[in-house]
Write a protein that binds this ligand. Structure first.
Ligand code: SAM
Length: 357
């Protein structure tokens, strides 16, 4: 599979379970592709167009965690042999950065599994680093580093320990720059809930300029994982939730708890907040109704939103564009959606009002 053939292949990596929805949205008759090799969390798609290896024409969808031009599959029992084969074939390709990552082995949060670094990927990455060093190739320093925008990325994707795919892409956005599209979240020992990981990923992905001292309200804040991260960043946080917050959050002087459902809080009480986070376990339209009634209230002055949108079924992913349009209609300049690596069957919708507007 090379770009010199009359066809080309791309891969998309996604969460286990999302493959069928993605295929439906990217393949004919809706999209331009036809299905090729597919396994849990990793799908390759064929196109009749021959695409140059650094072409920016790659699939884009909120459920795609990582994507690239799929070049070739390698199989073998010994990783050291595979490393040599990959390098002898791709050393002369003009890539800048090498990423080595492993396909998800489960759903995020399943028995403690989290996407991102794995012992196997770390071991293989180290083998590539050493081999490149032996060859005096300065790109040894690039292995699994965060790639800069516009750089040329070669990816070694460990589908199984003995089956690797090689892919390539130009880095077009912040998620492309992370190995496997996963932001390496440093999680604290005393992490209160997985919502910590979600918001810790949402902030760098969204680029929302959250600063110490910013006033943030979270709807659906209990037990407090997201508040924990926001407080760590120095924000002044108010949590709205009828359920109990974790003790250490309650004890933090920068935290206030409004122990009720959001509907019971007077809308003018939200006038001092800069950002709204919502992580209530309700259907997307209920989340949007709730947030709309707060954000569009005349005294509200929100500059940014981070909403977790629950997907009761994967089919609801086809409504993401409608959700984006609805939030845009509230006066936000930039509205984007992505299923974060640490999201489960849900996605993250962010909105920002730009300062100059
Ligand atoms: C997934 S949990 C939130 C996790 C939390 N963000 C964290 O960081 O640990 C969902 C929460 O939404 C709350 N919830 C659901 N509907 C709500 C509403 N209308 N107003 C406020 N909280 C709500 C529930 O009580 C529940 O605690």
């Amino acid at each position: 599979m090379t770009s010199t053939q009359n066809s080309s292949f791309v891969y998309v990596a996604t969460q286990h379970g999302a493959e069928a929805s993605l295929k439906a949205m990217l393949c004919e008759p809706i999209g331009p592709y036809r299905l090729s090799y597919s396994t849990k969390g990793f799908v390759t798609l064929k196109s009749d167009l021959s695409t140059p290896v650094w072409s920016k024409a790659l699939p884009d969808h909120p459920l795609i965690r990582s994507r690239g031009h799929a070049l070739k599959r390698f199989e073998g029992e010994q990783s050291s042999e595979l490393v040599s084969k990959v390098l002898s074939e791709y050393r002369d390709l003009d890539w800048d950065v090498l990423h080595v990552w492993q396909r998800d082995v489960a759903q995020p949060g399943w028995h403690g599994f989290e996407p991102g670094r794995s012992p196997l990927a770390d071991m293989v990455a180290e083998q590539f680093r050493k081999e490149l060093q032996l060859q005096d190739d300065p790109r040894s320093q690039s292995v699994n580093s965060i790639a800069s925008l516009e750089s040329k990325l070669l990816e070694v994707i460990l589908i199984e320990p003995h089956r690797w795919w090689i892919a390539a892409k130009p880095v077009q956005n912040v998620a492309d720059s992370w190995p496997g599209g996963v932001y390496a979240v440093p999680s604290p020992e005393n992490m209160i809930s997985r919502a910590y990981l979600k918001i810790a990923e949402a902030i760098p992905w969204s680029g929302l300029p959250i600063r110490p001292g910013d006033r943030i309200v979270e709807i659906g804040s209990a037990p407090g994982g997201a508040c924990q991260r926001l407080l760590d960043l120095g924000a002044k946080v108010t949590g709205v939730d009828p359920a109990e917050m974790e003790e250490s959050i309650m004890a933090n002087p920068n935290f206030t708890h409004w122990r009720s459902k959001s509907l019971q809080v007077k809308r003018r009480m939200f006038s001092s907040f800069k950002y709204l986070v919502c992580d209530a376990n309700v259907a997307p339209n209920y989340t949007l109704d709730t947030v709309e009634s707060i954000v569009t209230y005349p005294t509200s002055k929100f500059r940014g939103l981070i909403l977790t949108m629950k997907l009761s079924s994967w089919e609801i992913a086809s409504e993401i564009q409608d959700h984006i349009e609805r939030v845009r209609s509230w006066g936000f300049d930039r509205v984007e959606a992505r299923q974060l690596a640490h999201n489960r069957r849900e996605y993250c919708l962010v909105a920002e009002k730009l300062a100059s507007m």
